[in-house]
Ligand binder design. Sequence first.
Ligand code: PMV
Length: 329
Amino acid sequence: MTTAAAQASPNIALIKYWGNRDPDLRIPANGSISINLDGLHTRTQVTFDPGYDSDRLTVNGQNLSGPALQRVSRQLDLVREMSGVGEFARVVSENNFPMGAGIASSASAFAALSLAASTAAGLDPDEAELSRLARRGSGSACRSIPGGFVEWQTGEDDASSFAWSLAPADHWALVDCLAIVSREHKPTGSTQGHTLADTSVLQPARVSDAPRRLALCRRAVLERDFESLAEIVELDSNLMHAVMISSSPPLLYWQPGTLAVMHAVRAWRAAGTQACYTIDAGPNVHVICTQAASTQVAARLRALPGVLEVLTAPPGGPARLVESRQGQA
Ligand code: PMV
């Protein structure tokens, strides 16, 4: 029996990944840039045992089967292929953030699973190899392997599509204030959503302009230029939602509360507050602001009608091991 446990943070994309060139390998249509979210994490323990006759999965104390287990088993199969380990595994995973709060748990989940499973299988992958492996489980998971401010290059194939750190977590004191406007489960998850991207006539324009937006975002991050960052982050989020809204069938994730936060954030910035919005495949709004503005931004968000709760997270570090044991029960 071999076991290992790892911890990884979710991330929020400043430049979004939407659509795949290769859905099976999860080679994205365009590159993306994100920030890991500190204080939020998935912690996952993987144990390979010759006594098991199938893989088992427990998430937040619940035993899961069906599609969730199948997706984890496929990821374990990749690790079994890479390592030659033939045993089934028990996977026990806990999130310290609320599920359905608009924080993508698949990124932290597949980053932690990939690190724990490969370590338990006796592999010692470098950061790029681990990022590639995590990408196979959930595209954005490849960005939860390196720390801080992270870029995922599109790449052309499995070997060249991985993420690396543009700057460490302490490079820039930003805060993600996540305004929760709905706790309802989203009707279309991102894996299915990616398959619809090419049904929008706007997707080719969004993708062909991505290198320009990536360059502007990269420069704004490296130079800590908040005004430039705010403009490109909001444009990129709007472009992704324009594609979503114009897909067939359309994906309309925004709720009235979503729009209320968007308008408020734009008005606050026009009045000098360093804050901007970005929205993933759901109704909740991530408001990125400077640490100096964050107490006021969070308080103002809480006071907006339609905002149920606000979670705050500064930039976080890389995925890391928290336990590893070989040959013991
Ligand atoms: O990694 P996935 O398949 O959950 O896709 C993530 C998609 C977005 O969250 C909407 C954008 C992004 O880049 O994180």
